[in-house]
Write a protein that binds this ligand. Structure first.
Ligand SMILES: [Fe+2]
Length: 165
């Protein structure tokens, strides 16, 4: 199974995943602002039709086999990570989001979700609005902006994560 940082291109697949490409990167820091070296960043999300890769996911038989669905990478010495994935789309009951897990050897596994600024369903999403602190809620909503200089037709975003180590 392919689990690298490029979710849009599965090793050996003839075609790319269907959807809008999004280059998403950021830094993993601790509360003092120091980069967390050695951190492993995992993401997972549904395909361009809103279907998860999981065999029991609704609509799984239509899952886009050219989409990796999950990726992992290790941060560089500055705590930076990057993924090439898809702009997340909504699925039943959820506004678009990307699941994140950050694993810090010896310190634990931390999970969060990244949301996209301007998505109308953000106002109705139970999990997003379950984050009661407005500042904390804003911190997980990031803009996706045009990034044609990186890749024609693609978007990019920065999602930094501060760990409460
Ligand atoms: Fe989800």
């Amino acid at each position: 199974m392919d689990i690298d940082h490029d979710l849009v291109q599965v090793h050996g697949a003839a075609a790319q995943a269907l959807g809008t490409v999004a280059h998403i990167g950021g830094r993993i820091r601790d509360r003092t602002g120091r980069p967390v070296s050695g951190a492993v960043v995992e993401i997972w999300q549904c395909d361009g039709q809103g279907i998860y890769r999981h065999p029991r996911a609704p609509g799984h038989e239509r899952f886009d086999g050219n989409f990796q669905g999950y990726g992992r990478t290790v941060v560089d010495s500055g705590g930076a990570y990057r993924f090439r994935t898809l702009k997340p789309v909504p699925y039943l009951g959820r506004t678009p989001h990307i699941h994140y897990a950050v694993i810090v050897p010896g310190a634990g596994r931390f999970v969060t979700q990244m949301y996209v600024a301007g998505e109308p369903l953000n106002a109705y999403d139970g999990l997003l609005n379950g984050i009661r602190d407005p500042q904390a809620r804003r911190s997980v909503i990031v803009p996706l902006i045009a990034a044609d200089v990186v890749e024609v037709g693609a978007l990019r975003s920065t999602f930094d994560i501060v760990l409460t180590l």
